[in-house]
Design a protein. Structure first.
Length: 235
């Protein structure tokens, strides 16, 4: 895990010096990502907004407060997940208002996201909104047409040489601006919670199996001379 944290720090330094698109000219801070380097859950959204640009941290505004509540529904705390965006800099209009990411910006910035995924190695990725869903789903072999067609559904595939589960849902801001999305996003996070429970049960099973293997090996070792007893598990 320490190596992963170190790799993320190096990657963050690269992003700070990035000039691949023009967004570096208008940003206050990059918004690289936040969370443990070995998180089971990675949340991928679209881009920083004003508050995130000011603080350099993802999801710190009203949408962030809602995301925290949604995560609590799954049994996870915010700090137990890794949160990042498709874009690492805030996209703005000529009047410095928020705007959607452009295709050339996504193309320039997603190699950084790919490397974040490779480093963290999450077992579950939750995409927030259409930009992250339309980027991630095709990479594991699924087409994207609309959020209505994919939200709350579970997709499994191989992403960057690792098996992964992807669950798309709406961006929390959608529920803030349009109450009709509130029930849908809450139900999607219940699906996410059930998937996380499966992952954690599998992890506990593996840990229990590992402990039993050590115990079997120790019993066998007791029959050997003390000088050559091993502590190697049976695989």
């Amino acid at each position: 895990m320490n190596n992963r944290a170190g790799f993320l720090e190096k990657l963050e330094s690269e992003v700070e010096n990035c000039r691949r698109c023009s967004l570096y000219k208008t940003r206050t801070n990059i918004v690289f990502g936040a969370g443990p380097a070995n998180a089971e859950l990675m949340i991928v959204s679209e881009a920083p907004g004003f508050n995130e640009d000011q603080k350099g941290v993802p999801f710190v505004g009203a949408a962030g407060e809602l995301l925290n509540k949604l995560l609590k529904m799954t049994g996870l705390k915010r700090e137990e997940s890794y949160i990042c965006n498709i874009l690492k800099c805030r996209p703005v209009t000529s009047n410095l208002e928020n705007r959607p990411p452009r295709s050339e910006e996504i193309e320039a910035c997603t190699p950084f996201l790919d490397r974040q995924i490779e480093i963290v190695k999450p077992n579950l990725i939750v995409t927030l909104g259409r930009y992250s869903a339309s980027y991630i789903l095709p990479k594991i072999g699924y087409s994207f047409r609309s959020m209505a067609g994919v939200h709350g559904k579970t997709f499994r595939g191989c992403l960057l040489n690792k098996a992964v589960t992807v669950i798309p849902t709406y961006h929390p801001a959608a529920a803030l601006y349009n109450p009709k999305y509130k029930d849908a996003i809450e139900e999607d996070f219940r699906v996410i919670g059930r998937e996380l429970e499966k992952l954690f049960n599998t992890s506990r099973l593996r840990c229990g199996l590992s402990d039993r293997l050590w115990q079997v090996q120790e019993k066998k070792d007791m029959k050997l001379p003390r000088s050559i007893r091993s502590r190697q598990p049976i695989l």
